[in-house]
Design a protein around this ligand. Structure first.
Ligand code: 4NP
Length: 159
């Protein structure tokens, strides 16, 4: 199973999602079955490390973000099985970029996997304060945990 997390700049929300997902996947001994990456819809921060505020909030909660920002590319729609985005703006842009029904069907909102939060998007923390970054981690921990459970159930069915 190959997962691609998407946000706008690929320096806050999607690298955080990638890092949380990798962390819990390794803890569940599923690292050899689930491949994880992230990318952005804009290339503005391409080649940069993640936002220093996101990195420090993550670190305090036990996550080390090492991702280098990259823009989504055409081949991502073929390569990945699920393309998981953060908000409606991301979703609409991904739908625009997809070229076949198979590609369109891969696009999902990460918040659809939340069980503890009643929310339909992961708010962009870029122009806000510390609470915004903590909120991103809270929502993504909830969503990724259930995403892993869902994938794990599917993997078991395939065995
Ligand atoms: P992200 O946050 O999409 O969660 O990585 C943002 C980062 C940068 C910008 C916007 C959102 N930007 O406009 O540069």
């Amino acid at each position: 199973m190959k997962l691609l997390f998407i946000c706008l700049g690929n320096i806050c929300r999607s690298p955080m999602a990638e890092t949380i997902m990798r962390h819990i996947t390794e803890k569940a001994n599923l690292a050899d079955k689930i491949e994880i990456d992230s990318a952005g819809l804009i290339g503005y921060h391409e080649g940069e490390t993640s936002d220093s505020r996101m990195i420090s909030h993550a670190k305090r909660r036990g996550y080390i973000i090492t991702h280098i920002s990259r823009k989504i590319r055409r081949s991502d729609f073929e390569y990945f099985d699920k393309i998981l985005c953060m908000d409606d703006q991301n979703f609409d842009k991904l739908i625009d970029l997809s070229e076949t029904k198979e590609e369109t069907d891969k696009i999902e909102r990460i918040t659809d996997y939340c069980t503890q939060h009643v929310i339909d998007h992961v708010p962009d923390p870029y122009y806000g304060g510390a609470q915004g970054f903590e909120n991103v981690i809270d929502i993504l921990e909830d969503a990724c945990s259930n995403l892993l459970n869902t994938i794990n159930e599917d993997l078991k069915k395939e065995e």
